[in-house]
Design a protein around this ligand. Structure first.
Ligand code: HEC
Length: 256
């Protein structure tokens, strides 16, 4: 029998010399031909089943990795389950925490000192030849009555500060200051820039305002200060670590 796959045998057999059954069997292909990869009409080879399976595994694994590790599709980053806003540590209407007298006066006094910064500077060193220093000044560290008179009434004329002569003019800062502000300001300058003098209580500052009222409104001078005000202000002594209510500045009883 001739080779059934030879092309001549696939032509129409007009003489009917071929066994039709054999020929059809050949067209269906023998077993060996069936195992060959089928070539599609469009010329593309069918994809191997293994390649499909391996690709599927890769895609699944990649999906699992992204789903687990990445926040790509996860809401967990944005939506925290059972999230509750943390309540503010201090209830709105609760009294503010007590503060040590020295800390409170330094904090508040620094604000009042804003009126003095232009001349005496943030450093408390003043300006050479023009504005005397407050750091290391005997007028600041010394007797509080004299200091309060300088601030409340201003000072003019010759004055020696830390070994240097000045002959300037400082206007009064008294009109706007109440006892608390004056106490805080004096405490601030007496305890800043290395100054280490006692704190001035609001009760002492209130007395300073009284004394100042009695002497009339003019600027004071070194001479007058030495003669009439070279003493400590009367009034309640406030230990620097006394705990105060930051609103009322009244001492708060602390349990021992
Ligand atoms: C416009 C500039 C100016 C401002 C602002 C000013 N001072 Fe003075 N201060 C002077 C001058 C100038 C003198 C020296 C006056 C003199 O020579 O008699 C002086 C002197 C003093 C003294 C005595 C000398 C010394 O250095 O210790 C003290 C204390 C003082 N000032 C504190 C203050 C405080 C506190 C404030 C803010 C409330 C203030 N001054 C604001 C210019 C100023």
């Amino acid at each position: 029998m001739s080779d059934p796959s030879s092309s001549s045998d696939l032509r129409p057999d007009l003489d009917e010399s071929i066994n039709v059954k054999d020929a059809h069997g050949a067209l269906r292909g023998d077993l060996a031909a069936g195992r060959e990869k089928t070539v599609r009409e469009n010329g593309m080879e069918a994809v191997s089943l293994w390649l499909v399976l391996i690709s599927a595994i890769v895609v699944l694994a990649a999906g699992a990795v992204m789903g687990q590790g990445g926040s790509f599709f996860g809401y967990s980053e944005l939506v925290k389950e059972g999230y509750m806003r943390t309540p503010s540590p201090v209830p709105q209407d609760a009294p503010k925490l007590p503060i040590a007298a020295l800390s409170l006066f330094q904090k508040e006094g620094k604000k009042v000192y804003g009126a003095c910064v232009a001349c005496h500077q943030n450093s408390g060193l003043g300006q050479t030849g023009q504005f005397p220093p407050l750091a290391g000044s005997e007028w600041v560290l010394g007797n509080t009555e004299a200091l309060s008179m300088i601030i409340h009434n201003g000072v003019a004329g010759k004055i020696e500060v830390a070994g240097t002569q000045y002959n300037g003019n400082m206007s009064a800062f008294g009109a706007n200051l109440n006892a608390k502000e004056l106490a805080a300001l004096m405490t601030y300058i007496r305890t800043s820039w290395g100054n280490d003098a006692s704190i001035v209580s609001p009760s002492m500052a209130a007395n300073a305002l009284e004394i100042s009222k009695k002497r009339g409104g003019s600027q004071t001078s070194a001479e007058e200060l030495k003669k009439s005000h070279d003493k400590m202000l009367p009034g309640d002594i406030l230990p620097p670590d006394t705990m105060l209510d930051p609103e009322t500045w009244e001492p708060i009883a602390t349990e021992k």
